[in-house]
Design a binder for this molecule. Structure first.
Ligand code: SER
Length: 319
C-alpha cells in the first residue's frame, strides 16, 4: 500500500480510517473520496479530498489514474435500515459500486478492502458462535448485497488475481462520525442521549444480543488485514471479527456505572427489530485470529468509559 483511495470517506468508518491511514502512510498518499455528504473539515485539511460517485465507473477509473492509486478501501455503501427503505438504490450503490471498484482494480492492478457485515447472515444461520463458513441466506437487501459482495471479491481474486481482502464487521461504535441508518445505531445514539438527557428510548427490544466493536479496533483490523503477508491467508474475504456481544439493557447498565441516573425505555421499531433478529448474536472469529492474528482490545466496559470521556469532551466543545 503506497497510494490509497478510501471511498465513503465521509462516513462512520471512513472518516476515522482516512486519518489512521494518513498517519501511517503519509497524508499526501491517502485520497479521501466522498459523495453526497459534505466532507468534515479535517478530511480536506489533512490531505487530498475528491468527490466520487462509485456508481460511475469512469469517475473511479479517472481518480485511480490521476492519483496513481494501488489500494482501494471501498467503504461507500448504504446501511441496513436505509437499504430496506430504498432497496433499488441500495443495489445500485452497494453492488454496482463494488463491481465498478473491482473492475477498475482488475485493470489498474489495485488491491481492494471490502467490508462485509453481520448482515451477510440470515435467519437460518446459527446465531451463537456463528461459524466462519456457514449457511448465508440473508432476507434484507443490505444482506443480499453483502453476501454477493463477498462472493464477487472471492471471484475477482480467483478469476483475475485481484488482491481482495475483507472482514465481516459487527455493529460499530464511535464518537467521531455518527452511522447513517443502520440497525446497530442504537449503540451509538444511546451515548449522545445519556450525556445530553440522561435517558434514551431504544428501538431494539431487551434481550437483543448483537456483536459489536469499538471503532479503534475496527480501524486496526482493516489495516492489519491489508498489511498481512498474504501467504498466511486461507480465507481472503469476509473474515468474522468481533469484540463484544451485548443486549441493549447491558449497555445501559454499563453506562449507569458512570451516569447513575441514566434511564432507558423501549419503543421497538419492527423493521429494525426484524433485521436484528436475523443476525448473529455472537460470531466465531477463530479464522481471523489464526490466519492474521486478529485480537480486539476494547471490551464493553473499556469501550463505554472511553466513549463517555471522548463524547463528553466533544459535545461540550460544540455547545
Ligand atoms: N452496522 C450495520 C447496520 O446496522 C451492520 O453492518 O446496518
Amino acid at each position: 500500500m503506497k497510494r490509497i483511495l478510501v471511498t465513503g470517506a465521509t462516513g462512520q468508518i471512513g472518516s476515522e480510517l482516512v486519518h489512521a491511514l494518513r498517519l501511517r502512510y503519509g497524508s499526501d498518499n491517502v485520497v479521501a473520496a466522498g459523495h453526497q455528504k459534505a466532507p468534515q473539515q479535517s478530511l480536506i485539511e489533512e490531505g487530498p479530498f475528491t468527490t466520487l460517485d462509485v456508481t460511475c465507473i469512469e469517475a473511479i477509473n479517472a481518480t485511480v489514474q490521476h492519483y496513481r492509486i494501488d489500494t482501494i478501501f471501498h467503504l461507500a455503501a448504504l446501511l441496513s435500515a436505509v437499504s430496506e427503505k430504498n432497496p433499488q438504490r441500495a443495489w445500485k450503490v452497494n453492488m454496482d459500486g463494488l463491481f465498478n471498484v473491482l473492475e477498475v482494480s482488475r485493470e489498474q492492478r489495485c488491491a481492494v478492502f471490502f467490508p462485509s457485515s453481520i448482515g451477510a447472515f440470515g435467519p437460518d444461520t446459527p446465531r451463537d458462535n456463528t461459524p466462519q463458513d456457514t449457511l448465508q441466506r440473508p432476507n434484507t437487501m443490505y444482506g443480499v448485497c453483502k453476501v454477493s459482495g463477498e462472493l464477487l471479491c472471492d471471484y475477482y481474486f480467483s478469476r483475475f488475481g485481484v488482491d481482495t481482502r475483507g472482514v465481516r464487521y459487527p455493529g460499530l461504535i464511535s464518537y467521531e462520525t455518527p452511522p447513517g441508518g443502520g440497525t446497530t445505531d442504537y449503540a451509538v445514539e444511546i451515548f449522545y442521549h445519556a450525556i445530553q438527557n440522561k435517558s434514551y428510548t431504544c428501538f431494539l427490544q431487551q434481550g437483543t444480543y448483537l456483536d459489536m466493536m469499538y471503532m479503534p479496533d475496527a480501524i486496526r483490523a482493516a489495516i492489519e488485514l491489508m498489511e498481512t503477508d498474504v501467504s498466511r491467508l486461507k480465507h481472503r474475504n469476509a473474515f468474522n471479527i468481533t469484540a463484544m456481544s451485548f443486549a441493549p439493557e447491558e449497555l445501559a447498565e454499563s453506562i449507569r456505572k458512570h451516569i447513575p441516573g441514566f434511564r432507558m425505555d423501549y419503543n421497538v421499531d419492527p423493521v429494525r427489530q426484524a433485521i436484528a433478529n436475523s443476525w448473529p448474536r455472537h460470531m466465531d472469529d477463530h479464522a481471523a485470529r489464526t490466519e492474521w492474528g486478529w485480537e480486539s482490545q476494547f471490551d464493553l466496559e473499556q469501550m463505554t468509559a472511553h466513549m463517555l470521556t471522548q463524547l463528553t469532551a466533544k459535545l461540550s466543545a460544540t455547545l
